[in-house]
Design a protein around this ligand. Structure first.
Ligand code: SF4
Length: 351
């Protein structure tokens, strides 16, 4: 097993919080329903907790459900998306019980999102500062013009953009600056949680590093809790405290980052790590995972990874494994860990 030295980064990360989580997700399930086609079970029984200042990485291949999960947390699913089960508690408020008006008042002010490809989402014919100002005024109709400008300047400087660029247009910003402006917009109303969906995709490595540094600083200085949706395990090693590996809409593994990298228990996590470049052996051949992820409207009857799993057994074709709780706050949904499991759960205990 190839291992990653993530300890250098771990020291810089926030200690796990013993306090009540800012966000607690329990047994969340999302279907896409488009009759007469069968429902696609895009997310099933996913649970996790997120503390103040913590960063959770959501990883997996395309179509594993990670972006659907992110949109479900914001209650911004497309029309065919249905939350069919579960709970999303944000600072003691059950988001799934709220009517749309109340949810809209919490969206951006309590939980905000940086969308995939966000750097192209700015309006090209309006100054960047005006677009951030609009986000502020949407949630505070009483704020005056001078206070709004001051807040815009503060936000721009927070993300490393000089305040005097407030009046410039998106085409006058580089790609990295546009992405940072989108992060400033997400921060406009001081949310407790930010969901960032592939925030560094399409950026070159230098700009990627700047965005990751910015997110690290924001969680350190503001106590911001961040959910980072990514397919890049390097980003997870760099910035995340915990990682939730999704496969076929379910949790394959949920663990502290150092354990997930150095002692992964689920064969899918192990395969992902073997497919990831090793900085200590840059010439080493990368492995791929044969086969393709399951169709979410035609899932295999047993373990969803069984058709691609090199360690699959007969029972894996017949029944789906539970999510087993292992020592040190590690969870894996694989029969191979059953003997060492401390507990067997369909979801994490939020009792
Ligand atoms: Fe592989 Fe079976 Fe474990 Fe699924 S339950 S990951 S098929 S060994």
């Amino acid at each position: 097993m190839r291992t990653k030295d993530v300890t250098a980064h771990v020291d810089e990360k926030m200690p796990p919080t013993a306090a009540k989580p800012v966000l607690s997700v329990c047994s969340l399930s999302v279907d896409y329903v488009a009759p007469p086609k069968p429902a696609a079970h895009a997310v099933q029984d996913v649970s996790f907790d997120l503390g103040r200042g913590e960063v959770l990485g959501l990883v997996g291949e395309s179509g594993c459900g990670k972006s659907t999960l992110a949109l479900a947390l914001m209650r911004l699913l497309p029309p065919a998306g249905r939350i069919v089960n579960g709970s999303v508690r944000l600072q003691d408020i059950e988001l799934l019980d709220l009517d749309e008006a109340r949810m809209a008042s919490l969206r951006w002010s309590q939980i905000a999102m940086v969308f995939q490809g966000a750097m192209n989402a700015l309006n090209p014919v309006r100054a960047v500062g005006d677009q951030i100002a609009e986000a502020i005024r949407q949630h505070d109709r009483t704020i005056g013009k001078a206070a709004t400008v001051r807040r815009v300047d503060e936000l721009l400087e927070l993300v490393g953009i000089a305040a005097n660029r407030r009046t410039q247009y998106p085409f006058q910003y580089s790609g990295g600056m546009r992405q940072r402006a989108m992060i400033a917009m997400a921060l406009a109303c001081n949310p407790a949680v930010i969901v960032a969906d592939e925030p560094t995709t399409a950026l070159d490595v230098m700009i990627q590093a700047q965005i990751l540094d910015l997110l690290s600083r924001l969680r350190r200085e503001l106590g911001l809790a961040i959910i980072l949706v990514t397919h890049d395990l390097g980003i997870v090693a760099e910035i995340c405290d915990r990682v939730l590996v999704m496969y076929g809409g379910v949790t394959a593994e949920y663990a502290p980052v150092d354990l997930a990298f150095n002692a992964p228990r689920h064969p899918y996590t192990q395969a992902l790590l073997h497919a990831f470049p090793d900085p200590d052996h840059p010439q080493a051949k990368l492995n791929s995972i044969p086969g393709a992820p399951p169709r979410l409207d035609a899932l295999p009857p047993g373990c969803r990874f069984a058709p691609r799993c090199p360690q699959a057994m007969e029972r894996c074709q017949q029944a789906a494994p539970a999510l087993y709780a292992l020592p040190d706050d590690q969870f894996a949904s694989c029969f191979l860990v059953e003997d060492t499991a401390e507990d067997r759960r369909g979801s994490l205990d939020h009792g």
